[in-house]
Design a protein around this ligand. Structure first.
Ligand code: BGC
Length: 903
């Protein structure tokens, strides 16, 4: 150890690190990464602070850690700026063990911080042998059917119950459960539901990987008799996809205060019986017959002598993998209906005023045998009845049969719906607004972004994007939540990855999905359109397949996650090689969907599929070469960089005409402009062609499908047309986001048109949601700087456009909160910035065409007469161009003020 213990005189202004994360989670349980990574945040009252060194201690007990004995790992003082994703390098970590860690840092001037508070991480079951139980199944007492557009009709067994009684004689120190149940399970101990996860575990290809959850159940297991119960449902573990019937595996580890431990595991000694959940299906809903409940079945007082024995089930085949870093699905919010109507006698329709994902909780009383039906829909017909046509084959109906008690409360367990309206029939009496509440359900990703500005239309688009994004995070990124699809369509996901990352902590979510993508990659290197490949669509359209390239790339850029690049590298390479094998003369032409869903169409009409495919071939090869470079694979970096140059050349040769690409459609021009593929002498002409098409041909409207839409605002901004981008973003006539709002949208639609029939017209698709990233990047100006991945380096460059008077945004990054807020007045602009410790930024203050400007920071001039004035803490330099004065800035809070002329 190089440092001296307790050098307190150094502690003055240096605060101890906070927000300790292990594998992106605070104090995770069930970690199964052999070398977990640590991250922390730093705080300081002074500006311009960087970490110069750190020391991590990891101990096998709190006592050791308190004694500063890192018996598992003592990193020593490591001279490094790294404060995110620092890799554990101690001795081997053991299954089920809890480890304690803390961190201290040294500042740039060698001052040392106090130790952080202690954080923990607990390992999961690292080896297959650690699982002492077997997969078991019980007997289902009936079945229903379900259907989807690809597999047709399939059988769906009824839900059922499994239970196991056991006795504990000694005092319990702690208890953990490791559990999975396919497709879905609910676990109960002594009458309590364990944990707040729902629709668990996350979807995977169960033949490759099965996720398990870890719960701390110390307070549920008691001395004396105990019961652990499992309710099983179908989820995605169904015959049509090559799985099914339901099965479960569980291991309850109980440690006693005397150091001895005991395992309760799934085996043939478990009992099984039918329960109240009959049909249960993601698409069709759930039928719950409360008369069939078995009161007390999950408590020790219950007599299970008439139950069947459980059977050992076939193993699903996939490796058991922990969900420790993967955000589980939860009920994240409860919302109340805003209106109830009765369009027909005995038909009641609730309106929640918001399209969302989940279900309702019904609270009622009535005679036994009464059957209440809840049907879910996104839309209403003119007559006020619900319009279920857009649900297509999904019946989206929950049925509850009353047992006849004083108060009955029901909510489904093994289904979910995408809806704004709920129709209630069969209700005993007249329902009121109080009988139902909405349960908002999705992968519980941590919100990290905030955005507000002076234009309420933009704020509403932002709000719709947030609802749409969350509705489509259901353990995989889905296309929609209401009809019989809800698949992990890769195109939809890749187009909004940046948006999702600005708004939510997505690292754990995408890391898991990248594993799913890896699992789905075929021998020939192709990936499918849909992951997990419940629908086996190989090979992916290049616009869809690019997800396997783009998502790791963003995880690296936004979270500094290099490990994900290492893990995905060979898969990305195989995908690019697959594309190379399909290309002729460097042009990749196969296309299935291309610039999907442009105005008035589903399939692209103006933009050739060949162009989008050829462009993504270039795009993926280029990114691959950059990743190879980052990973130090210089020969491959060179090879793919050369290949990308050839693709670019071929692309221009084939598609570039005098002043436009291909058909001159907006997307055709936008794509090459986005990646700087246009030869210098043609740039202006191509840009003009694009602008003319937007302004003259389409009256200031976009004419793009999902691909062009993803890039058009960025391209216009990049080429000096931010005001036009703003015009498109705020356009209220068709087609545009504002038009959707005008037509009453509360989420984003699949199509630019308002459609209410049974075609492709989901009212809750996220694929046009990329606009929201533009709000953060351009209006608020918060950007990553490739020079410092994971926001080590930051670019703040707001655009003061259109009628905007103020914008305020923040994002919680791995290093802490970044915020940027500006407010415009007649001849001045105030820009407030906050940058976390251990970051550096280029902050560009817009000159707003004021000519000679003065810029003050916290009241002191820092720029005057085109010159930088030294002496302001945290600011180390400045330069100007036509539009901006750009400052080199260290961490801290800054208040810039732009004024016309001299101060
Ligand atoms: C989905 C889309 C998806 C598309 C592929 C649709 O049915 O809803 O969002 O990307 O198919 O063509």
């Amino acid at each position: 150890m190089i440092f001296q213990k307790g050098k307190k005189d150094n502690y003055d202004s240096v605060k101890s690190p906070t927000s300790l994360f292990c594998e992106y989670v605070s104090n995770p349980l069930g970690v199964d990464v052999i070398r977990p990574r640590f991250s922390w945040e730093l705080e300081h009252s002074e500006r311009g602070q960087l970490q110069s060194a750190y020391q991590v201690l990891v101990a096998s007990s709190q006592k050791n850690l308190d004694a500063e004995n890192g018996d598992k790992w003592d990193s020593g003082k490591v001279a490094s700026e790294e404060s995110i994703n620092v890799i554990y390098a101690g001795s081997a970590l053991k299954s089920e063990k809890t480890y304690y860690w803390k961190i201290r840092i040294w500042e740039k001037d060698e001052k040392m911080s106090p130790w952080s508070k202690v954080a923990t991480f607990e390992m999961g079951l690292l080896n297959p042998d650690d699982w002492r139980g077997r997969w078991i199944e019980g007997k289902s007492h009936g079945e229903s059917t379900s259907s989807d557009p690809v597999h047709g009709t399939t059988k769906m067994p009824y839900g059922y119950l499994l239970r196991k009684e056991f006795s504990i004689e000694k005092d319990i120190a702690q208890a953990r459960v490791y559990v999975s149940g396919l497709g879905y399970y609910e676990m109960r101990i002594n009458g309590n539901k364990i944990g707040d996860f729902v629709l668990d575990p996350g979807w995977t290809d169960y033949k490759k990987r099965v996720l398990y959850s870890t719960y701390d159940v110390s307070k549920y297991v008691k001395k004396g008799k105990n019961v652990v119960g499992i309710i099983l449902g179908n989820g995605r573990h169904i015959e049509a996809y090559g799985y099914g019937p339901p099965k479960t595996i569980l291991q309850l580890n109980i440690e006693f205060t005397d150091g001895v431990s005991k395992n309760i595991v799934t085996d043939e000694s478990w009992k099984s019986a039918s329960g109240p959940i009959l049909s249960n299906d993601i698409y069709n809903g759930e039928t719950y017959d409360a008369r069939l409940e078995r009161p007390g079945w999950d408590t020790p007082l219950y007599d299970d002598s008439d139950w069947d024995g459980a059977k050992i089930a076939d193993e699903p085949g996939g490796k058991l993998v922990s969900q420790a870093s993967f955000p589980p699905i939860k009920v994240t919010k409860i919302i109340q209906p805003i209106e109830i109507t009765s369009p027909n006698p005995d038909v009641y329709v609730y309106d929640f005023g918001q399209n969302f994902t989940g279900w309702v909780r019904l609270c009622l009383s009535g005679p036994r045998d009464t059957t209440v039906k809840l049907r879910y829909a996104e839309l209403l017909h003119e007559d006020g009845m619900i319009n279920v046509v857009p649900n297509r084959g999904a019946k989206a109906t929950d049925t509850y049969i009353l047992k006849g008690e004083e108060e009955e409360v029901y909510e489904p367990r093994f289904t979910y719906h995408g809806f704004r309206y709920v129709e209630v029939t069969g209700f005993p009496g007249t329902p009121t607004l109080e009988n139902i509440e909405g349960r908002v359900v999705h992968s519980a990703v941590e919100p990290t972004g905030g955005f507000i500005c002076s234009n309420s239309l933009i704020n509403s688009i932002h709000k719709n994007v947030l609802w749409g994004q969350l509705s489509n995070l259901m353990s995989v990124p889905t296309d929609c939540p209401q009809r019989n699809e809800r698949m992990g369509w890769m195109g939809d996901a890749q187009l909004v990855t940046e948006e999702a990352i600005y708004n939510f902590q997505m690292a754990g979510f995408y890391t898991k999905w990248l594993e799913d993508i890896g699992d789905s990659q075929a021998e020939d290197g192709s990936v499918p359109d849909v992951v997990p490949p419940y629908w086996s669509h190989y090979p992916a359209d290049p616009v869809w397949g690019t997800a396997c390239v783009v998502i790791p790339w963003y995880l690296y850029q936004y979270y500094g996650d290099k490990r994900v690049l290492e893990k995905c590298y060979s898969g990305i390479k195989r995908w690019v090689e697959f594309l190379a094998g399909k290309a002729t003369d460097y042009i990749l032409s196969y296309s299935k969907y291309g610039d999907w869903c442009p105005p008035a169409h589903i399939k692209p009409v103006d933009t050739p599929g060949e162009l989008t495919s050829a462009w993504y071939y270039y795009h993926d090869t280029l990114i691959l070469s950059k990743i190879a470079h980052i990973l130090g694979k210089s020969a491959e970096a060179k090879r793919y960089s050369q290949l990308s140059s050839k693709i670019k050349e071929a692309f221009n040769k084939k598609f570039l005409k005098d002043d436009h690409y291909a058909t001159g459609s907006q997307t055709s021009n936008v794509l090459p402009l986005f990646l700087d593929m246009v030869p210098e002498d043609k740039k202006e002409a191509v840009l003009k062609n694009l602008i003319d098409d937007i302004v003259v041909t389409h009256g200031a409207h976009l004419n793009t499908g999902i691909v062009g839409t993803r890039y058009i605002l960025d391209v216009l901004t990049k080429y000096g047309q931010a005001d036009l981008a703003y015009k498109l973003a705020t356009q209220t006539t068709y087609p545009g986001w504002g038009y959707m709002l005008r037509e009453g949208a509360t989420t984003l639609w699949e199509r630019w048109e308002y459609l209410a029939d049974g075609g492709m017209n989901s009212h809750n698709h996220i694929m046009f949601g990329s606009i929201d990233a533009w709000f953060y990047k351009v209006l608020a100006g918060i950007n990553i700087d490739p020079a410092g991945p994971g926001f080590g380096r930051i670019i703040i460059k707001p655009y003061v456009v259109g009628n905007l008077n103020y914008v305020s945004a923040s994002i919680r990054t791995m290093r802490g909160m970044i915020s940027s807020s500006w407010k415009k007045s007649d001849h001045s602009l105030a820009l407030n910035i906050s940058l976390p410790v251990n970051t550096q930024a280029k902050v560009s203050v817009p000159k707003m065409k004021l000519g000679n400007v003065t810029i003050k920071e916290s009241g002191k001039a820092v720029w005057e007469n085109s010159s930088y004035i030294e002496g302001i803490a945290g600011i180390t330099g400045a330069s100007e161009d036509e539009e901006y004065v750009t400052f080199e800035v260290g961490s801290g809070l800054y208040s810039f003020e732009l004024l016309k002329g001299k101060s």
